[in-house]
Design a protein around this ligand. Sequence first.
Ligand SMILES: *Cc1c(COP(=O)(O)O)cnc(C)c1O
Length: 215
Amino acid sequence: MIDPADVAERLVSVRERLDRSGGEGVRIIAVTKAFGADAVAAAAAAGLRDIGESYAQETIAKLDGRDPGVTVHFIGGLQRNKVRKLAGVVDVWQSVDRAELIEEIARRDPGASIMLQVDITGESSKGGCAPAAIAPLLEAASSAGLDTIGLMGIGPIGDAEDARPGFRRLRELVTRFGLRECSMGMTADLEVAVEEGTTMIRVGTALFGPRPARQ
Ligand SMILES: *Cc1c(COP(=O)(O)O)cnc(C)c1O
C-alpha cells in the first residue's frame, strides 16, 4: 500500500534535488508502473498530474476511466497490437521508435502527441531508434498527422555520470530538430539530466519507493 503522506514527503526531496541542480521548472512524470491505482491517487493528491506507465495491460487496468485532469505518458516498450486498446488511455506516446507504430497510432489515436525514443546508449534492449532515423520518423509522423512534441531517452544503468554524454546528445538533437520536449532523467540520474537540459524527468522509485516484483 502506498501512503499519500510518504509520497508528498518524497516529492519534497525530489523538488529539492531539482532545485539544487537548477531544474525548478522541470516537469515531473510520476512513474507508477508496478504499483496500483493508489500510487496514481497519491501522486494526484501531491499535485502531480503527469503519470508514466510501461506495461500495456497494467496501464489499461489501472487508468481506464481515470480523472481527465491526469495526463498519461506511455514510456515502455510498445507493441503494435497494443496500440488500439491503449489509445483511449494514453495521452502522450513517449516510446515511439519505428514507422509501424507511427502508422498504428495515427490510425487509432488521430492527431496524438508522440515523442520519438532515441537509443542514446547503444543498448538496443531498451528500445529507441538510431539518431539517423529521427529525421525520417519525424517526416512520417508529420505526414500521418501526429504531433511530435520531443525526444525521449533512457540513460545507462550504473553511475549517473555515465548518462551525461547520451543526455547531452539527446538535448542537441531536440534543439537541432526544433522540438520542445526532452524527456530524460530518472531517480538515479535526474541531476545530470537537469544539467544537460531535460524538460521532463520520469521518476518512480524516488516517489513511491522500491517497485514490487511484477506479477
Ligand atoms: C521505470 C522507468 C522509469 C522510472 O525509473 P526510476 O528509476 O524508478 O525512477 C523512468 N523511465 C522509464 C522508461 C522507465 O521504464
